[in-house]
Ligand binder design. Structure first.
Ligand code: AP5
Length: 222
């Protein structure tokens, strides 16, 4: 399974990607996570990316495309992968098509998640992440047992710098301007499945899996 999960910031891409990649036993590749790691390690890419990420703007295509090109050629991607947060522009989508055709492969499905904008703002401004293991929480929807402490490893939770309301609103505008058109791009390729992400986490996961399984059964029969 070569999958891609697409949708606005905070719609729940990462939350669902963790679940789906476990089911299909494929790596979850998040460009946001790769870039944040580079920022933390102060690498050349990280220093450049930080200028954009802090404002909620997109990192230039040239930087991100190189990261993904290298990553999907890794051995652990031979049986598939789930891309999260890439592509985010038409240029990135076309570059991905080129790499995939060089590797003689293609995307099987693109999962599009959608939800109400006000709900997204609540999700992002309430998100907390473990400083040690990265586990994702929400102050209201997915609260840790003890406030600001990770249930798994006991480390402190913190808020992502780009999760303030002002930056979240900018990220949503950037999504509308630069990423939303990819929905039509993949619809035309006939590989898009759309799922209402304004519901409970497990309900969404079950619907995604149902749609993916139905589709793979159908394509097996035709
Ligand atoms: P990235 O890290 O990819 O951020 P994003 O796309 O803005 O998405 P998020 O990770 O914020 O949200 P999500 O949809 O994964 O939601 P989550 O599951 O965490 O990118 C960050 C930045 O990096 C970009 O702004 C850009 O600068 C740069 N970048 C990355 N990729 C790039 C690219 N390809 N090109 C250029 N630049 C790039 O859920 C959010 C919260 O809601 C959590 O607290 C969660 O617990 C909660 N939640 C999730 N689902 C539900 C639910 N169903 N009900 C209630 N709560 C829920």
């Amino acid at each position: 399974m070569r999958l891609l999960i697409l949708g606005p910031p905070g719609v729940g891409k990462g939350t669902q990607a963790v679940k789906i990649s476990k089911v299909f036993k494929i790596p979850h590749i998040s460009t946001g996570d790769i870039l944040r790691e580079a920022v933390k390690n102060k690498t050349e890419v990280g220093i450049k990316a930080n200028e954009y990420m802090g404002k909620g703007e997109l990192v230039p295509d040239s930087v991100v495309i190189e990261l993904i090109k290298d990553r999907i050629k890794n051995k652990d991607c031979q049986n598939g992968y789930l891309l999260d947060g890439f592509p985010r522009t038409l240029g990135q989508a076309k570059a991905l098509d080129t790499v995939l055709s060089e590797l003689n492969t293609r995307l099987d499905k693109v999962i599009q998640l959608y939800a109400d904008e006000d709900e997204i703002v609540i999700r992002l401004t309430g998100r907390r992440l473990c400083n040690n293991c990265g586990r994702n929480y929400h102050v209201k929807y997915l609260a840790p047992k003890k406030e600001s402490v990770c249930d798994d490893c006991g480390a402190t939770l913190s808020q992502r710098e780009d999760d303030t309301e002002k930056i979240v609103r900018n990220r949503l505008q950037v999504y509308d301007k630069k990423t939303k058109d990819l929905i039509d791009y993949y619809k035309e390729k006939n590989i898009l499945v759309s799922v209402d992400a304004g519901r409970q986490i497990d309900t969404i996961a079950n619907e995604i899996l149902k749609k993916l399984n139905n589709i793979s059964l159908c394509s097996g029969q035709s």
